[in-house]
Each structure stands twice: as structure tokens, then as C-alpha cells.
Design a protein around this ligand. Structure first.
Ligand SMILES: [Zn+2]
Length: 164
């Protein structure tokens, strides 16, 4: 993806208030992110471990989501698969819950998905980060097809949040 500025990212949040979007903690090294290898930029709040954020450019427009990492449940101990990039980790996948945009979110509606805990799906898909033995399924898909699948999964998640 093309590099985004802090300003563009803060303006792209769809499921938190403007004030929250202005205050939330950005990645410290935004310019140093491996943008050319990213389908989306995801980061954990360095000061609040239960908060995470992601931004993707979908249909030519940056869209950013505020997420909460659910820490409840025993699923953390099991091997789980990321629903975006289909990488299997032991303990490296979190249930990320996004309040829905607009009225639905104000009424407490949210959407959850199991996502790589470090939000580095793009790097796992490209083999640039290793999730350990057996992490990737043996597939005949090309890298491009795997990338497209990850983007499709992400776009579906974002659409559920925005209600589009
Ligand atoms: Zn993933």
C-alpha cells in the first residue's frame, strides 16, 4: 500500500469519536513501516495493550478501525487461525472486537474477528515473518492469490463494521 500520514490515518477512523481518533496512539515509527509489503497497517496501542487499530485503503479510500483485544476465554492457549490471512499460531491470534460505525455502535453493537495478535497478516502471507512450524497451510495458491484473499477477508470485516 502507499504510505499514509498520521493525519490521513486519524481522519480515516469510522468507529470511534473524532476526539478518540485525534488522541489515540499512533505507531512510533510510521515512516519506517514496510508499506510496500502491507495490505493493511495494524498496530497495538503501546500504552493500552487491549487496544489495537488498523487502517487499509479500500476502494481508493483509507478506512481505519479501532479494535479491542478480547482477553477472555481459553482459546488463547489453543492453536488458532487468523481469519484474515489464515495463518495458524499457537497463542498468536486474538479475538479483536470492533464497535460498529454510527448508531449501531452507539447502541453497543460490535463485530469480532480472530486476527494475528501482532496484526502483521501481510508479512505472514509474504513469508516475511515466521509463525513457526505448521503455520501455513500447504496451498497451491500463488502469493498474489493469497494476498487477494487476505484483502477480501479484511474488506468483508470492514464492511461489517461500517454496515456498508
Ligand atoms: Zn493474520
Amino acid at each position: 500500500m502507499e504510505p499514509l500520514t498520521e493525519r490521513e490515518i486519524r481522519a480515516a477512523f469510522v468507529n470511534c469519536t473524532k476526539g478518540e481518533a485525534k488522541r489515540l496512539n499512533m505507531p512510533r515509527d510510521l515512516a519506517e513501516q514496510p508499506w510496500e509489503d502491507l495490505d493493511y497497517l495494524g498496530w497495538r496501542d503501546p500504552q493500552a495493550p487491549d487496544r489495537a487499530y488498523l487502517v487499509a485503503v479500500l476502494d481508493g479510500r483509507p478506512t481505519a478501525l479501532a479494535l479491542r483485544r478480547s482477553t477472555a476465554g481459553s482459546w488463547q492457549a489453543r492453536r488458532s487461525m487468523c481469519s484474515m490471512c489464515l495463518t495458524t499460531h499457537s497463542g498468536g491470534v486474538s479475538l479483536m472486537v470492533a464497535p460498529r460505525a454510527g448508531k449501531a455502535g452507539q447502541q453497543g453493537n460490535s463485530v469480532g474477528a480472530y486476527i494475528c495478535d501482532d496484526l502483521a497478516c501481510s508479512l505472514y502471507v509474504r513469508g516475511k515473518r515466521d509463525a513457526g512450524a505448521g503455520a501455513r497451510l500447504h496451498e497451491t495458491l500463488t502469493l498474489d492469490e493469497k494476498i487477494r484473499r487476505t484483502v477480501t477477508n479484511l474488506a468483508a470485516f470492514v464492511a461489517k463494521v461500517t454496515g456498508a
